[in-house]
Design a protein around this ligand. Structure first.
Ligand code: PLZ
Length: 447
């Protein structure tokens, strides 16, 4: 990987944390920003480059969150920034439904080329991952004439009304926001670490879900099955081998649209272009967002032409969908991922992570599982001696890392998963420093 950095890639804590300028901003925020919008960091970003976030008081934190799997190519990638500036100087917006522009078409062509499946494809662009999921379900319902939608335990698909219904975890995403959309059915997931029968195969786990779908809904009533090939917010759960291919096969047998939600796992994050590639499945529709555009808000659906084109003219859209500046950023981000082989970089990070933390597991019984793919990797913490989730320990580890200048995100249905989502442009020296801090925090709190 040939990357140069604007900011020295070093962790540095200068003085009190949070410092005075962050504290001042926090006071202003309390009087202006909705209390419902939470932030992980108690400090405010002033500059970001490579694997470093510089806060307004000059502290330099190592970023293992990438803004929740978004700044894969970095948060100030020079090529992306140049493309954004050049496009903005021509036009920032026309609304593709009013005055269309080539970039949107070029990005649709690019997604058709890099996503799994050699069949004819179509794409449409939106702004958030939730919006992409909403539109994937709209397409599936029109294309099949059916209404039922299947999602899985531990799923996360967004915060809009429909996507809240598809999301499994109630707090903080769903509480009090009902009534939620009807015709959504939740099926058992393959969560190898938490299976009652540790020997259950992926195919057997799939048959478990298929039986439930047949008995609760009926295969001929289901418009779509939506699933994250690696579940993100639910805990970086990698289903057992064979689970996804069998679910996809059953969907095809029953005329059900199989939607892979790659909003978090997509675009090199998993060590492949898409996590579906690793599973050797060809989803009918893939939802994309996050890593696609180097931090600019952009999402989309891409999939089988005959399904997506079943929607009547004007049935898909939205004012900002496929904004030209975001599209320019996406085209440049994807080019950067190709030129720098970021899927390969993600696999290097995976290798370093597993070597380090599988070894640690021998000394730390509370480290229940080390899992993940590429640079979407995780540590599940449990109470020593069993599998009872330990959310308090997980929180203590993340807080310890933060106090040492390393930003760690947590996740999981039970709040007991440390997840790592480093920018793929992070250098090995900085990554090793972050792993050192994380290992020390685990040994300190979990020993
Ligand atoms: C698989 C998958 N599908 C859909 C979404 C939704 O994407 P939006 O861009 O946040 O709407 C996500 C967003 N995940 C992070 C949400 C964080 C939070 O809101 O607390 C995802 O991971």
């Amino acid at each position: 990987m040939d990357v140069t950095y604007r900011i020295e890639q070093k962790r540095k804590l200068e003085g009190p944390f949070p410092g005075p300028k962050s504290q001042e901003l926090a006071a202003r925020r309390a009087n202006a920003v909705a209390a419902g919008v939470a932030s992980t960091l108690p400090v405010y970003a002033a500059d970001v480059d490579g694997g470093i976030i510089v806060d307004v008081d000059g502290n330099q934190l190592i970023d293992l969150g990438s803004g929740i799997a978004v700044t894969t190519v970095g948060a100030s990638n020079p090529a992306v920034a140049k493309a954004v500036a050049e496009q903005a100087q021509r036009f920032t917006h026309t609304c593709f439904m009013v005055a269309p522009y080539e970039g949107y078409i070029a990005l649709a062509e690019k997604l058709a080329a890099i996503t799994p499946g050699t069949f004819e494809k179509r794409a449409a662009f939106f702004n958030s991952g939730s919006e992409a999921v909403e539109n994937a379900i709209k397409v599936a319902r029109v294309a099949t004439g059916r209404q039922a939608v299947v999602a899985f335990d531990h799923a996360y698909h967004g915060r809009t009304n429909l996507t809240m219904g598809l999301t499994a975890k109630a707090a903080p995403y769903k509480r009090g926001f009902g009534p939620l959309a009807p015709e959504i059915y939740r099926m058992p997931m393959s969560y190898p670490y938490r299976e009652e029968n540790p020997n259950i195969s992926g195919k057997e786990a799939a048959e478990r879900a298929i039986l439930a779908m047949e008995k609760q809904i009926g295969g001929d009533q289901i418009a779509a099955i939506i699933i994250e090939p690696i579940q993100g917010e639910g805990g970086f759960i990698v289903p057992a081998a064979g689970f996804l291919p069998r679910i996809a096969e059953w969907a095809k047998e029953n005329g059900i649209v199989f939607v892979a939600d790659e909003v978090q796992a997509g675009f090199a994050r998993s060590g492949a272009w898409f996590a579906s590639d690793i599973e050797e499945i060809e989803p009918d529709i893939i939802t994309v967002a996050k890593g696609i555009a180097g931090g600019m808000p952009l999402s989309g659906i891409v999939g089988r032409a005959e399904l997506i084109d079943a929607v009547h003219g004007g049935g898909l859209g939205g004012t900002y969908g496929g904004n030209p500046v975001a599209v320019a950023a996406a085209l440049e981000s994807i080019k950067f991922m190709e030129d720098q082989d970021l899927p390969g970089r993600a696999r290097e990070i995976e290798e370093q992570f597993f070597a380090r933390f599988i070894a640690l597991q021998k000394d730390v019984p509370a480290l229940g599982e080390v899992r993940g793919r590429g640079a979407m990797i995780a540590l599940e913490f449990v109470k020593a001696g069993g599998k009872q989730p330990d959310a308090a320990l997980t929180k203590a580890i993340a807080e310890e890392c933060l106090a040492q200048g390393v930003l760690i995100l947590t996740c999981g249905t039970y709040g007991n998963v440390v997840r790592l989502l480093p920018p793929l442009v992070i250098g090995d020296e900085l990554l090793t420093d972050a792993f050192d801090v994380l290992e020390a925090a685990i040994r300190k709190h979990a020993a």
